[in-house]
Write a protein that binds this ligand. Structure first.
Ligand code: SAH
Length: 359
């Protein structure tokens, strides 16, 4: 067990079992040993590769979408927020397109990057020094970002938010917790069941052993984003891997290190932890907050509708990469057996808005 694992075991021995959500928060964000807090996880030599790191085309398409949405809403003074910007690649590619198409955007829109990790914030600052835009950072999304029209991008952010898991037993729904036995971390069910009313009615009649996984943090953020867009205007685009239709009775929490699945509990902070995003639940939250959700649509269809195939041809003609290289990147982003179908895009617009580009 690594140092963070030992610390978590001592904490549990002193205070009792912790929820999976608390465990994820420590494993991802502990200032000394947390996964995101202490490293740059992206790229071929890192642990995983995200769409903006596959190709500049991804950020360019998202930049186009934002520019179009801002234009459609009458070019207001506004804020563009990115949640969990990683290396800053997506924002840098998006701003390049926006600057070419609508230079006035950069004068009228303040850019805020929401990032918890000091390591990644430093990398983002470097990536965006020449962006020619008014950029600032915040460690969380909160009410301070709710006073203007809100344009928002999030790629592989919601999958990194903590989840809670409930398992159907003969006693009712019990929360899956992390316990420590002789300093070794393990899962165990809470002895007390939670009230049935705490779960959505669609979970009634679930078979024993069924798992209900939910991310209260994701719900809370989408609620604030959707309320702001409903009240002030704007548009959000959330891209992630996850379920489209209502989530099933399975658990999806996974650990990944060096491009392979790893153990969730054995070495906290050394592997990325993530879970499928429940898009149906996020869309429902947005609707209840008074906004208009669209999608989710598969990432491949979304990017094709925005013109990524034409963009790839232009890049190849301009010799901005070899043809096989650009074709390979394009296939990785859009083919259904690559990132094109598991990854999905969800848009949130003001009430009554027409479907945005790609939806
Ligand atoms: N969007 C980037 C990075 C995805 S990884 C890309 O596509 O490459 C997840 C990102 O979200 C990282 O930057 C991570 O540090 C950040 N993050 C995760 N949980 C967070 C939280 N609770 N608050 C703020 N940022 C968070």
């Amino acid at each position: 067990m690594n140092a963070l694992g030992q610390r978590i075991a001592r904490l549990i021995e002193a205070q009792g079992p912790i929820s999976i959500a608390q465990f994820m928060t420590l494993a991802l964000h502990d200032p000394q040993g947390g996964y995101y807090a202490t490293r740059d996880p992206f790229g071929a030599r890192g642990d995983f590769v995200t769409a903006p790191e596959v190709s500049q085309m991804f950020g360019e398409m998202l930049g186009l979408w934002i520019a179009q949405s801002w234009h459609d809403q009458g070019k207001p003074d506004a804020r563009l927020v990115e949640l969990g910007p990683g290396r800053g690649t997506l924002m840098s590619d998006a701003l390049r397109v926006i600057r070419q198409l609508m230079p006035e955007f950069l004068k009228r829109v303040e850019i805020v990057l929401v990032e918890a990790s000091p390591t990644l914030t430093a990398i983002q600052k470097k990536a965006l020094t020449d962006a020619g835009a008014n950029v600032r950072w915040s460690v969380q999304f909160d009410g301070a970002l709710a006073d203007k029209p809100l344009f928002l991008l999030a790629n592989e952010f919601f999958d990194a938010l903590p989840v809670r898991q409930f398992v159907k037993t003969e006693r009712g729904w019990c929360e899956r917790m992390v316990v420590a036995n002789d300093s070794v971390l393990d899962f165990a069910l809470s002895p007390e069941a939670i009230p049935n009313a705490a779960l959505p009615p669609s979970r009634d009649g679930a078979p024993p052993g069924a798992v209900y996984e939910t991310s209260p943090a994701a719900t809370a953020i989408v609620q604030q984003v959707a309320e702001t867009i409903a009240r002030r205007g704007g548009a959000a685009l959330i891209v992630d891997y996850g379920y489209g239709a209502e989530a099933g009775f399975g658990e999806t929490l996974q650990a990944v290190a060096a491009h392979k699945y790893a153990s969730v509990l054995d070495a906290p902070g050394d592997a990325d932890l993530s879970a499928h995003v429940d898009f149906a639940a996020l869309a429902q939250t947005a609707r209840e907050a008074g906004a208009a959700p669209f999608g989710p649509v598969p990432q491949g269809e979304f990017l094709e509708a925005l013109g990524i195939v034409q963009r790839a041809a232009t890049l190849a003609r301009g010799k901005l990469g070899s043809v096989p290289e650009i074709d390979g990147q394009l296939e990785r982003l859009i083919l259904p057996d690559r990132m094109g179908a598991l990854f999905k895009a969800l848009a949130i617009l003001p009430p009554g808005a027409r479907p945005p580009a790609g939806f």
